[in-house]
Design a protein around this ligand. Structure first.
Ligand SMILES: Cc1ncc(COP(=O)(O)O)c(C=O)c1O
Length: 443
């Protein structure tokens, strides 16, 4: 890809006054360096080049970019009120009503400004409620930037399941109070409970770990976690920051029928506007200080009108039977997954094409994928090359291994078919050039 002057010049200016030139480290991907606009399923870089967007701002876009229904609701709301920061507003109550009606575990909810804040509140609430210290998380799951869970996401074979901190500056105590288990492996969780009897406050998981693509949960595993945490007096936390609203209005818990004690959500619920939240049983949620409990709840921007209006409008579209959001993205998702299966088979490329509804991913490996252990067999280099070349052709897929792709309401069959034609060219070329480790020596 040629760097053009406008994008590169702005990126250089950004690098001078913003660390790395970006406001979140994973935005630093090289070209394309800077962006001008985003409409529907298309994002346009500063040099005027269009891309069909499958990145979707790490999953924050569900309806397509700059959705007029959401923007109209936000504009109407801010004509009357921005942020008073006292008491409550109609919009906050309406948003809370929609969320509590949608998410099975969310009897009572709070609103926050990011998924990281929701996770942080959930963990503090779990500790405050149980009086216990330890948290169990799974290798490969990501839950944001909060100290307690900033470890063991995309780890190397040497660091997986061991101490793999995501950041300097975190107190060892914070990291060491988080224990790491293997996804879809109930025995690995039981072992941690056996090692720390009466000390584990909560088990937190992405019910579908999308931060390493799409590990599909086994029903017995989720049910086993529910039973185990109940028996041990720990809380079960579903982090539905990606799966929430995306896979069903009630999140993945609606689909699997397993109801956690607490649920975090965010990203897509505001279709690009900053809004997130945490829900749970009334008994647990009333431990927040706002309700006279002992667990601090504070946040200047929580429940602001812009975020609330965006959430109410987005959920309104998702609920509209005429729009049929879930049917639309499932049909296009199946079309993409079927197409990628056909293409990889045609070119003899070892691949596991998977995902659910709007999310799709092509792992380049042989055998089945159940947990993080299996992802260590992924051909990371081929994966990153595939995504990078898809960008060059005009389909934006995040150019790093294990990063998933998203389809929105604004995507069309024509978008999917064009992307599949591009994938056929890219993957065919890679197979012929011997760029898949598993094919080397076979061609
Ligand atoms: C599952 C999950 N939880 C929490 C977060 C953190 O959300 P935010 O980036 O809004 O702080 C993310 C972000 O990618 C996420 O994927």
């Amino acid at each position: 890809m040629t760097d053009s002057l406008n994008s590169r010049a702005l990126a250089e200016e950004a690098e001078r006054i913003i660390p790395g030139g970006v406001n979140s480290a994973t935005r630093r991907i090289g070209a394309p360096w800077a962006w001008r606009s985003a409409h529907g399923a298309t994002i346009t870089d500063l040099d005027g080049r269009d891309y069909t967007d499958y990145h979707a701002a790490f999953g924050a876009i569900l309806l397509g970019h700059v959705d007029e229904r959401v923007n109209a609701a936000v504009t109407a709301a801010i004509r009357d009120i921005d942020l008073v920061g006292l008491g409550t507003t109609d919009l906050e109550v309406e948003a809370a009503r929609l969320v509590t009606e949608s998410i099975p575990s969310a009897e009572v909810v709070i609103s926050t400004m990011s998924g990281s804040e929701s996770v942080f509140q959930a963990i503090r609430l779990a500790r405050g409620t149980t009086g216990r210290s330890y948290i169990v998380k799974f290798q490969g799951c990501f839950h944001g930037s909060y100290d307690a869970i900033a470890r063991n996401v995309i780890s190397t074979p040497e660091t997986a399941w061991g101490m793999d901190s995501n950041s300097a500056g975190i107190l060892p105590d914070a990291l060491e109070h988080t224990l790491i288990a293997e996804f879809n492996d109930l025995a690995s969780v039981e072992e941690l409970f056996a090692q720390h009897p009466g000390e584990i406050a909560a088990v937190i998981l992405e019910p579908v770990p999308h931060n390493v693509g799409a590990l599909l949960p086994e029903q017995a595993f989720l049910e086993g976690l529910r039973e185990l945490t109940r028996r041990e007096g720990s809380l079960l936390i579903f982090d539905e920051v990606i799966t929430g609203f995306r896979h069903a209005l009630g999140g993945y818990q609606e689909l699997c029928g397993v109801t956690p004690d607490l649920t975090t959500f965010g990203k897509a619920m505001g279709n690009g506007y900053p809004v997130a939240g945490l829900g749970g049983s009334a008994e647990i949620m009333h431990n927040f200080s706002s309700s006279g409990g002992q667990v601090m709840l504070a946040g200047t921007f929580n429940g602001n009108s812009t975020s609330m209006a965006a959430a109410v409008a987005t959920i309104g579209v998702l609920k509209d039977p005429e729009v049929d959001f879930y049917g639309h993205v499932r049909r296009l998702g199946d079309r993409m997954r079927d197409g990628l299966r056909r293409i990889t088979a045609d070119h003899g490329i070892p691949a596991v094409i998977t995902g659910i509804g709007s999310v799709f991913i092509a792992y380049f490996l042989e055998g089945e994928v159940r947990g993080y252990r299996d992802l260590l067999r992924n051909d990371d280099q081929a994966y990153a090359t595939f995504h990078r070349r898809m960008i060059d052709k005009g389909s934006f897929m995040y150019p790093m291994a294990l990063k998933r792709n998203h389809i929105s309401l604004a995507h069309t069959e024509a978008d999917i078919d064009r992307t599949l034609e591009q994938a056929d060219e890219v993957l065919g070329g890679m197979a012929r050039n011997g760029e898949f480790a598993l094919l080397r020596g076979r061609v």
